[in-house]
Write a protein that binds this ligand. Sequence first.
Ligand code: UGA
Length: 469
Amino acid sequence: MNEVSICVIGSGYVGLVAAVCFAEIGHRVICVDNDEAKVNLLRNGGVPIYERHLPELLKKHSGKGVEFTTDLGGAVRECEAVFIAVGTPQGDSGAADLSFVEAVVSEIAREISGYKVIVEKSTVPVYTNEWIRRVLNRLGVPTARFDVASNPEFLREGSAVEDFLHPDRIVVGAGTDRAAEVLRRIYAPLSEGTYYSRPDALPGMCSADKPAKLLVTSAQSAEIIKHASNAFLALKISFINAVSNLAESVEADIEDIAAGIGMDRRIGPRFLHAGLGYGGSCFPKDVAAFHWVAHQQGLNFQLLEEVRRINDAQREVFFNKVRSALWTLRGKKLAALGLAFKCDTDDIRESPALAVIRQLLDAGAQVQAYDPAAMERAKGVLPPSDKMSYAANPYEAAENADAVLILTEWGEFARLDLPRLNRLLKFPIVIDGRNLYRPQTMAEHGFTYVSMGRPANYEAQLGKPRKTL
Ligand code: UGA
């Protein structure tokens, strides 16, 4: 086994998962963060993010294969490959703000004495690679001492560890054979499949017979692959949402339509779930950044603007459904199931659920929210108000509420005890922004069920009212 000494700068979702997974596949890793409290937490066995398999892997490797430190200089000096995994937030113009990347590159420059491969793992616009190279040169680092490569990640929050160890592909954008060789060595346990034959390997879709695919490209192509992948997935979601609105207006069913479209292998069934639209720290930011990249090149990639517009409009579509199901909102008590931007994460960044809740509060409604993981984070950002409260479970949230709103696609919300829910509610109304139920099932349980892109079954309620409206 060809062990490589790796430094990962940044211990956010990407950096931390990459650091721990590099250790898992046999490398020696130093993970650097300038947040001392976070480094101490990690050193003491704490897990700062909600991510499946991360606690076990941290326990297995922390202090052994992976160490945590605030000392960037020391880490860079000791390692052959330096991965930059710091944040690239969205700036005012839509462009990614690269100031964290630049600050890290300046620090790295001071420490380079022997050959290093500097690898950008953060999502960055095309040519960032080139900029890093220029900045290092300007800071006096001779060209022979380093290469810059791009190695974008395609991790989904919630399944990031599995995505890392069992990837659809590994993309390496390297301008020199020397840099490509270092990255090939780093990923060899996955691309040659040796990791998958280990008895302690995390199971997943790759195997020794079907190892991970590694694609080597130019740095610019790798940078574009990352932006284009996220933009395409966002487009797929906006497309199905646009079709969903059409389906609804002609009383067709978007779930049947998505199944029918998805059976075409050229399209595939994934990322065709209509609903409240996408959120999170990646799609909104990357669609805007990719649009900006095209604009910088004098191209009008208007399709991306439309993707964003359709996505924003979905929240409005949902809000209008709530209003038409309940008539007025002032003083209405609503159970909001879901706060995270998607299931299996505590991340609330750009969460459609929070956007809807804010709108409901502004309209004078009272919201009782529940989320299996994101309540603490949501409390930190939603305005404190006597109209906003948090429940210990979905049933407590639903108690005496005028309606239940499903805002995030948690598995737990797809398996609710429907008779119990019905008994607890003031009115048996469920407005589902994630299409977790079949309208037929909800009608059988006596609910008025409103979902996305499917005919609403107000008749169920009108036919046999439980309580007088
Ligand atoms: C996304 C990509 O899927 C990853 O490949 C990528 O590495 C990551 O961004 C990143 O750039 O770091 P993530 O933001 O974790 O990952 O979330 P997804 O699972 O892709 O979901 C994004 C949003 O789309 C969620 O709000 C989800 O609810 C929504 N979504 C997803 C739909 O509305 N419909 C779908 O069919 C699928």
